[in-house]
Design a protein around this ligand. Structure first.
Ligand SMILES: *Cc1c(COP(=O)(O)O)cnc(C)c1O
Length: 389
C-alpha cells in the first residue's frame, strides 16, 4: 500500500553520492591513458589532502580488508612481536590476519562495547620492548566504540614499533592527525564515509613504516606497497584498476573537499549525538556507552525484543536497511550509521520509524519524543544563518 524507498542506513555500504554514481558511467576509458592518469593522480592527491597527511597514500582494488592484509604482508616478518587491540569483530580480524601470517601477537581483548585503553597498550609495549607493531581500529564498527588513537599513537611513537590504524570507519567521523599523532599506517575504504560503492581501499604509509618494509620477509604479490607507490607516482596502479570506482572517487573527493573534512566529521558527530540523545529519550540503552564513536550508533534492543525484529521491520515497513549486531551481539543490538552521505532528514525519518516499530512491539514510547530530542540537537547546534542556504 505504501511506497517504500530503499534507504541504506548501514555503516558500509553507505548511501552513494549521486554525482559520483553518475561519474561511473564514463568508465569506457582505458587505464593506461593520460585521461585516466589524470583521474588517478587527482584521487591520490585529494585523498592525501582530505586525510591531512604528508605521508604517501596508496590505493588498492580491494575492500578494506585487502589493505589490512597488505599492511601485514608488506611490513612484517614471521615471528615478529606485535600487539593487537581487540574490542570487536574487526579487531578479531586483525588478530586473524596476524595469525595467518605467523606473527607473534599479544592480543589485548576487552569485552564488546568497551575499548582498549592507551595505558594497556603502553604497559604491553613496556613488557615487550621488541614489539614491532600495534594494530587497532580507530572506530570499531561492530560495537560503535571509538579508540583513543591520539594517546596510543603518541605513546607508540616513542618506541620502535609502528602504529597500524584501521580507520575504515574512522576517516570522516573523527579527527585523525596522522602526522602528529604517530599514525604510521592509516587504512580507509570506499564504501564508508567516501560515499561510493565497495571495492577500493586506501592506505597512508609513514617513513617509519616504509623502513620496516625494507626488512619484511613475508611473501606477497598482488598487494605490493613499494610497487604500488612507484606506480602511483606515475599516475597509475600496478594492476588494472577498478576504473569505474576511481572515477566515482574523484567526484566524491571533490565534494568532501568542498564541504571540508572537518565538517564531514562534524556532520557525523552531530548526527551521532542526536541519535544517542533520541535513543536515551526512548528508554533505550547505548551499547558502547563509555566511548561512543560517530560512525555508527549501536543501541540495545529493549528487554525481550530481538534486535533482528527491529532490523526486519525497518526493512518491511520503510524499506530501510539498518545493521543487526555481529557474532554474539546478533539479536542484542541494532546499529545505525552516520558516516558519509547522511543528513538530518535521514535521521529524523529513522527515529520516527523506530518509534513506530517500538510501539508495535510492546515497547511503548510517546510518538515524536525521540524525534523531538534530535530536532533540539539540530536547532541548538548554532548553525550560522549564513550556512543555512
Ligand atoms: C567495513 C570495515 C572493514 C572492512 O571490511 P571490508 O568488508 O573488507 O570492506 C574493516 N574494518 C572496519 C572497522 C570496518 O568498518
Amino acid at each position: 500500500m505504501f511506497i517504500k524507498k530503499q534507504r541504506l542506513l548501514t555503516p558500509g555500504p553507505t548511501p552513494l553520492y549521486p554525482p559520483a554514481l553518475h561519474a561511473m558511467m564514463a568508465s569506457d576509458i582505458h587505464h593506461r591513458t593520460e585521461d585516466f592518469r589524470k583521474a588517478y593522480r587527482s584521487c591520490l592527491a585529494d585523498l592525501k589532502e582530505v586525510m591531512g597527511t604528508s605521508h604517501d597514500v596508496l590505493m588498492f582494488a580491494a575492500s578494506g580488508t585487502g589493505a589490512m592484509d597488505a599492511s601485514v604482508s608488506n611490513l612484517f616478518s614471521r615471528g615478529d612481536k606485535v600487539i593487537v587491540c581487540v574490542a570487536g569483530k574487526f579487531g578479531e580480524r586483525w588478530a586473524e590476519i596476524a595469525k595467518a601470517y605467523g606473527l607473534d601477537a599479544n592480543v589485548i581483548t576487552v569485552p564488546y562495547g568497551q575499548v582498549v585503553s592507551p595505558a594497556q597498550v603502553e604497559a604491553a609495549l613496556q613488557a615487550e620492548p621488541a614489539t614491532k607493531g600495534v594494530f587497532v581500529q580507530a572506530s570499531e564498527t561492530s560495537t560503535g566504540a571509538a579508540h583513543n588513537v591520539e594517546a596510543m599513537g603518541k605513546a607508540i611513537a616513542k618506541t620502535g614499533a609502528i602504529f597500524i590504524v584501521d580507520a575504515i570507519t574512522g576517516l570522516g567521523t573523527m579527527p585523525l592527525d596522522i602526522d602528529n599523532w604517530g599514525l604510521d599506517v592509516v587504512i580507509g575504504g570506499s564504501q564508508k564515509a567516501f560515499m561510493i560503492p565497495p571495492g577500493l581501499a586506501f592506505m597512508s604509509v609513514s617513513p617509519k613504516a616504509w623502513k620496516l618494509a625494507e626488512t619484511s620477509t613475508l611473501p606477497h604479490f598482488y598487494f605490493n606497497l613499494k610497487k604500488e607507490k612507484k606506480s602511483g607516482d606515475a599516475g597509475e596502479s600496478s594492476w588494472t584498476p577498478a576504473t569505474s570506482l576511481i572515477l566515482a572517487l574523484a567526484e566524491a573527493l571533490k565534494y568532501v573537499k568542498q564541504i571540508g573534512m572537518a565538517d564531514l566529521v562534524g556532520n557525523a558527530q552531530l548526527l551521532a549525538l542526536a541519535m544517542r540523545t533520541a535513543a536515551q529519550k526512548l528508554g533505550l540503552e547505548l551499547f558502547a556507552a563509555g566511548s561512543p564513536g560517530s560512525s555508527v550508533t549501536a543501541i540495545k534492543a529493549p528487554a525481550g525484543l530481538d534486535s533482528g525484529i527491529i532490523v526486519k521491520e525497518f526493512r518491511s515497513r520503510f524499506g530501510s536497511i539498518i545493521a543487526n549486531g555481529q557474532g554474539s551481539m546478533k539479536g542484542q543490538i541494532f546499529r545505525v550509521a552516520h558516516l558519509g552521505y547522511f543528513d538530518f532528514a535521514d535521521l529524523f525519518a529513522l527515529i520516527a520509524g523506530l518509534e513506530i516499530i517500538l510501539n508495535a512491539n510492546g515497547h511503548t514510547v510517546p510518538y515524536g519524543s525521540g524525534v523531538a530530542a534530535a530536532q533540539e540537537i539540530y536547532a541548538n547546534a548554532a548553525i550560522p544563518a549564513a550556512a543555512v542556504k
